[in-house]
Design a protein around this ligand. Structure first.
Ligand code: FES
Length: 106
């Protein structure tokens, strides 16, 4: 049986010292790597969900991770329904949990 990759290479993992870009999520300061998506930065920070579904109020986060499924919708700088997996984190971004449709209920 092979040894786990992390045991062989303890340096493998989140390069926290490189995550210099600061943004907030629900008021909490977090860090991202340059060029990292908001979804990637949230996962790196240990978040697994940042949206609640409109009908059943169930948590959602990354699913496809490539901009197809729309499970990762989040509010970014006051704009709802932004795909966290497809938007690069910018310094000072204010990201908040999205509840339901993000205000687009008819
Ligand atoms: S995780 Fe599927 S669109 Fe973002």
């Amino acid at each position: 049986m092979s040894e786990p990759l992390r045991a062989k290479h303890p340096e493998v993992g989140v390069p926290v010292e490189l995550a210099q870009l600061e943004f907030t999520f629900d008021g909490e300061p977090l860090h991202a790597l340059p060029g990292q998506s908001i979804g990637g930065a949230l996962i790196m920070a240990g978040r697994r969900s940042w949206r609640r579904t409109r009908i059943s109020n169930r948590p959602r986060g990354l699913f496809c991770g490539i901009g197809v499924c729309f499970d990762c919708l989040v509010n970014i700088n006051g704009r709802p329904n932004q795909r966290a997996c497809a938007i690069q984190t910018e310094p000072g971004d204010v990201v908040t949990t999205q509840e339901g449709s993000g205000g687009y209920d008819s």
